[in-house]
Design a protein around this ligand. Structure first.
Ligand code: NHR
Ligand code: GAR
Length: 197
């Protein structure tokens, strides 16, 4: 029996597509839901085209009520029977209400070499600091933002003249390798960190 996985997105969903595509054959997981806080997220259409169930819970309908928003997310996730959750470009900070529901069963991909550059605008911050390398991290999601146990990282060189957009595109290539690899290991019970150079 494979483990049902829900993937949460806010945007184009390129990481989501790679995760869905990876969960075939003898993979321990299968994608059971793609869920977005933005009904217009491009990734929802891509998921539908791959035959995956989708849902949207528009956070703007819950202005000033994060818990109401999260209860609606939880209802969709549990209805789909998801056991594990992957955040893949999901842009809403989650409160302890949501985190407590899925403790130890939730992953995120973050576009920096954590613990450097938690939060947003990671590529611009790495360039402003004069760093010579950047990268991405898959970590377990805990109540503290971008702070959970690190499961995998991939390093990417920073080149002279890099812009945040150019760097983001170079990092994304590695995100697409790292996230499926870490998810497969995670679902197999493997918690040792993996590094891609
Ligand atoms: N929630 C918890 N509790 N812990 C984490 O580690 C989380 C999380 C929710 C999302 C992804 C994340 C990232 O990889 C993530 C990790 C959004 C923001 C943010 O500031 C920060 C980090 C991440 C995602 N969001 C604004 C908010 O008010 C909205 C920004 C926007 O809509 O553009 O939620 O970096
Ligand atoms: C990814 O690069 C991911 O690392 C980043 O958003 C992008 C989503 O792209 N995540 C964050 O910035 C989280 N704050 P995608 O929708 O094409 O996967």
């Amino acid at each position: 029996m494979s483990i049902p996985v829900a993937i949460l997105i806010s945007g184009g969903g390129s990481n989501m597509v790679r995760l869905v595509e990876s969960m075939t054959g003898d993979h321990p997981g299968r994608a059971c839901l793609v869920l977005s806080n933005d009904p217009a997220a491009g990734g929802l259409q891509k998921a539908r085209e791959m035959g995956i169930a989708t849902a949207a819970v528009d956070h703007r309908a819950f202005k000033g009520d994060r818990e109401g928003f999260e209860k609606a997310l939880i209802s969709e996730i549990d209805r789909a029977g998801a056991q594990v959750i992957c955040l893949a470009g999901f842009m809403r900070i989650l409160t302890p209400l949501f985190i407590g529901h899925y403790a130890g069963r939730m992953l995120n991909i973050h576009p920096s070499l954590l613990p450097k550059y938690r939060g947003l605008d990671t590529h611009a911050r790495a360039l402003a600091a004069g760093d010579s390398e950047a990268g991405c991290t898959v970590h377990e999601v805990t109540a503290e933002l971008d702070d959970g146990p690190i499961l995998g990282q991939a390093v990417v060189p920073i080149r002279p003249g890099d812009t945040p957009e150019a760097l983001a595109a170079r990092v994304q290539v590695r995100e697409h390798e790292l996230y499926p690899l870490v998810l497969r290991r995670f679902l197999s019970g493997e918690r040792e960190r993996i590094f891609l150079n």
